[in-house]
Write a protein that binds this ligand. Sequence first.
Ligand SMILES: CSCCC(=O)C(=O)COP(=O)(O)O
Ligand SMILES: [Zn+2]
Length: 203
Amino acid sequence: MWQQRLADLVTACHWIGSKGWAPATGGNMSVRQDPQWCWLSESGRDKGSLTTDDFLQVDIATLQAPSGRIPSAETGLHTLVYRLFPEANAVLHVHTPNATVLSRLETGPQLNLSGYEMQKSLSGQTSHLDTVPVAIFDNDQDIAALAQRIEHWSETHPLRYGFLLRGHGLTCWGKDVSEARRHLEGLEFLFECELKLRSFGTQ
Ligand SMILES: CSCCC(=O)C(=O)COP(=O)(O)O
Ligand SMILES: [Zn+2]
């Protein structure tokens, strides 16, 4: 089961690389093995050319990697998603120009997406008339502190599909790799539309 999930994730990483969504060594990806363990990309790798050997088993509660190798610097954000959302089994973090720029243009704590048919690419969304909030958190090199802020926010606000890190990128998830990919592609399309709208002075 999780072995197939990891194989699907490697395919997703190659797709992300081909899209240019993980430039240089940016981005990180993971899948859940079971309630205790997940598999995270090794820190500092080119995420567009990963193989299954480049993923490290990580304890979701303690962030320890038994291999002794160094998992992603953003491990604490992946494990946060797995702790908060038991139904999440795959997490994708990308550095797309659209997510990076839009998260700086929008200075408030969330981006509200409304009026787009492509909102329906997000699980459970059935109408362009609804508003989909996407939280934006100020970036932080202290990932533990950032994870704490995100957890605190989630106690009083809906946190679905993903969140933006200001000037940094998008972290999104799904019940499997396929759903996480759909959320990533859907959100990325919506961010691009929103940026274009704003460039015309329209919101
Ligand atoms: C130039 S990438 C800066 C670190 C980052 O934001 C990222 O997504 C990659 O970090 P990792 O440790 O997962 O390689
Ligand atoms: Zn990053």
